[in-house]
Design a protein around this ligand. Sequence first.
Ligand code: GLA
Length: 374
Amino acid sequence: MLAQRPPMGWNSWNTFGEKISEKIVMESADALVDLGYAAAGYEYIVIDDCWSLRERDESGRLVADPEKFPHGMKYLSDYIHAKGLKFGMYSCAGVLTCAGYPSSYGHEFTDAETFAEWGVDFLKYDFCNFPDSADTKQAYKTMAMALRATGREILFSACNWGVEEPWKWMRSIGAHMYRSTGDIFDNYVSMKEIADSQSENLAFSGAYCFNDMDMLTVGMYGKGNVAGESVQTDAEYRSQFVRWCLCGVPLMLGGDIRSMNGFSRNLVQNRELIAIDQDIECRPPYRFNDVESPNFFRLLSDGRIILAFFNYNDKESRQSIVLHDIGLPVYGGKGLKVRDVLTGEELGIFRELVEVPVGVHDCRILEAKIVDLA
Ligand code: GLA
């Protein structure tokens, strides 16, 4: 059974783009295990675009670029599996991948067999160079069936950037996650736009098929392949990771996990945040205000209530949630006992209103339990 909870792993694209190699992928697999990521739940090592030769072989098969991957993909797959991890690869529904390499349109069954022979456990399936005459849903259905026809369990990570409202049909056609937006960039605006655009769609996301808000940029600080106009602050990265966990979406790291700084590593390995992301009930967060600086609450399977505040402003602000608005009107005689998830600080019992200061482009995430008021 795949993707009962939001998939977690690392993908090569954000940091390395076309400059990938066997060495980088093996070192990243080592880092996932040696630096604590695997113990925190990250398990997939995914090679994105640019791994193949520019031509198929004479039997029509995709061929790994021998300069980048001298021992071939089965060797790499065995190495990754021996570490207790899972191996992911990339292809595309169009006639060429986004970077112009051979792609799976019309070759779905052959390519799925090739991936299965290489021991692939996860396929990211992109949407570039898609023929005008072709049908989007049909293309994703075909690869979903081709993967099933191999008999191997392969997580199908459909990446169609939100085209044709994938939240409405990707679950039915057998995808385990689906990209719902265009590409993320390593800046705060990009993060906000992606997250805000999906607030209304998260009710479709849940066990076995998750809304994929793209790979994280936490820890990149302007390095790599998706640099934004300005370097993000720690507060902005905190907001990104907290937002993804709040939304219960896949956590695919995009930074260089071999050298991520201590702040970023601790953030993405934060057990309490990951447990919120992975909550088995997969309830989406309830968003209060559609305008600037949204606040949310989310119900967890163990009875806790998560309250989250995001400050989009360029100055510190006080943000609040009125208990009436989460279904606890004053006449009910109930309040909330609140703890700060990031600092562990007990904030006491609140009645009527939870109000907290939130730093510039920062967030607060609190856990609460319902208590009787004296
Ligand atoms: C598209 C995808 C990205 C990445 C690149 C690779 O832009 O959305 O996530 O896979 O292609 O070329």
